[in-house]
Design a protein around this ligand. Structure first.
Ligand SMILES: Nc1nc2c(ncn2[C@@H]2O[C@H](COP(=O)(O)OP(=O)(O)OP(=O)(O)O)[C@@H](O)[C@H]2O)c(=O)[nH]1
Ligand SMILES: [Mg+2]
Length: 445
């Protein structure tokens, strides 16, 4: 998955919003702080992070949710939109006859991307050819030739010739019947003046429709400076961010794009020729946030929350029955099998995720409890205090469960009731998961 770490942290911030009781300033501030931390850790430029934070805060607190959208959905939607704004629109790359020139620092992924691009256009029905204008690195010719041959793509290069602009010129002539001509150029350690000159010379010859800067997603803050330098030299028309499949942070390259006011054209997500994707801001962000469907997510969060809340006031009056307890546990487990949603959802609103094992253990326990409770009378269910040793024996026999399990159920209930009673009023609705968590391993949750 692209940018795993960033996605994970952003998802955690959204979870907070999705499960909040109330959207207020404190909550928005907290969520924004978390988003800030996530973006800064991914190397997104501070200035951009601040702009985004302010926008989210302002809009979340000032804008009224549109009809049909509740406050949580509204705020999640704002975060989503502002992230889309941050990464910007995709470069306009049409499917017509065109010349593309790839530039970038050493090892950024130009050569690999040249073959990927040719494959991309070829699949769209455009005949593509690749020209090797990297006469600087000895292995460049063989590398690109091999990549192209493997994909059945026409390759032009002149092994041994060091005059890159001349090679480019002859290459364009040789491939002029092709719809898409892709020119790979040499990289350098740093942006040296001879590289800039060579790039300008090649550009003067190719008059490429697209000058695409290929950038490694692992680049940090220095990405912006690089992008600026390339932009000044040949005014780039788009950026290709490579290696987004790795552990890269990506934020440096994305910031560079925003700062130089260019746009992302493609992203590289692997080493094979098909690991290239057209960049689309909304798709990119949706994927980053792991949201198949924001609406379902928020609805689910609310459902679980409503189910796992208990009215503390009525509880204070001594009404927390075994049935109530069962209901709470059931609510918490309800979404268990929906693994994907589980990832997004806090169980009961605290961002606690049940592992498969925990989920199964809780489910087994619930099944047992259900059988036990079926063997109890209504009076016993409403007032478990009256369940004496002889009643335990009867229930155990009736349900076919060992008496220890019956006692365990009763003990859990007592512990929970005690904890609830220990709480003072003015708390309104109390989150059961927090309570159960407080009670620790005794609850076996
Ligand atoms: N995982 C991953 N690896 C990539 C991606 N793009 C390129 N690479 C790898 O990065 C390394 C460098 O790629 P090249 O295409 O040779 O880079 P270059 O910019 O042409 O390098 P120079 O010609 O030396 O300047 C290779 O090992 C590629 O396989 C990508 O999107 N994902
Ligand atoms: Mg290369």
């Amino acid at each position: 998955m692209v940018l795993d770490n960033l996605g994970g942290s952003l998802r955690s911030a959204l979870r907070k919003i999705a499960s909040a009781n109330k959207i207020d300033k404190a909550l928005v501030d907290e969520a924004v702080r978390e988003i800030q931390r996530a973006l800064l850790q991914a190397d997104v430029n501070v200035k951009l992070v601040m702009t985004l934070s302010n926008r989210i805060k302002e809009r979340a607190l000032d804008e009224k949710p549109p009809a049909g959208m509740n406050p949580r959905e509204h705020v999640i939607n704002i975060v989503y939109q502002e992230l889309i704004n941050l990464v910007g629109k995709s470069s306009d790359i049409s499917l017509k006859k065109q010349t593309l020139m790839l530039v970038g620092l050493q090892g950024s992924g130009k050569t690999t991307t040249a073959a990927k691009l040719a494959t991309y256009f070829q699949r769209k029905g455009l005949k593509s050819a690749v020209i090797c204008a990297d006469t600087f690195r000895a292995g460049a010719y063989d590398q690109l030739k091999a990549l192209c041959e493997k994909q059945g793509i026409f390759f032009y290069g002149e092994k041994g010739n060091t005059d890159a602009p001349a090679v480019a010129q002859r290459g364009l002539e040789a491939t002029k019947k092709y719809d898409v001509q892709i020119v790979d150029t040499a990289g350098r350690h740093a942006l040296e003046s001879d590289l800039i000159q060579e790039m300008k010379d090649i550009h003067a010859i190719t008059q490429a429709d697209h000058k695409l800067l290929v950038m490694d997603a692992a680049l940090g803050q220095q990405a912006s400076e690089q992008a600026k330098a390339f932009n000044e030299a040949i005014s780039i028309t788009g950026v290709i961010i490579t290696k987004l499949d790795g552990t890269a942070k990506g934020g440096g390259a994305l910031s560079a794009v925003a700062e130089t006011k260019t746009s992302v054209a493609f992203i590289g997500v692997g080493e094979t020729p098909s690991d290239l994707e057209r960049f689309e801001a909304d798709r990119f962000i949706s994927r980053l946030l792991g949201m198949g469907d924001i609406k379902t997510l928020v609805e689910k969060a609310q459902e679980v929350q409503a189910d796992s809340e208990v009215d503390v006031e009525s509880l204070m009056r001594g009404k927390f029955t075994l049935k109530d307890m069962y209901k709470q546990m059931e609510a918490m487990n309800k979404l268990g099998p929906l693994k994907q949603i589980m990832q997004m959802l806090p169980m009961g609103g605290l961002g606690i995720e049940l592992s498969d094992k925990e989920y199964q253990a809780t489910k087994d326990r619930l099944d047992k409890y259900r059988v036990i409770m079926d063997s109890m009378t209504e009076v016993e269910l409403g007032d478990p205090k009256i369940i004496t040793a002889s009643r335990i024996k009867r229930i155990s026999l009736g349900s076919g469960t060992p008496p220890e399990i019956v006692r365990e159920l009763l003990k859990s209930h007592q512990a929970m009731q005690k904890a609830l009673k220990g709480m003072r009023g003015g708390m309104g609705k109390m989150n059961m998961k927090r309570l159960m968590k407080k009670m620790g391993p005794g609850m076996k949750m």
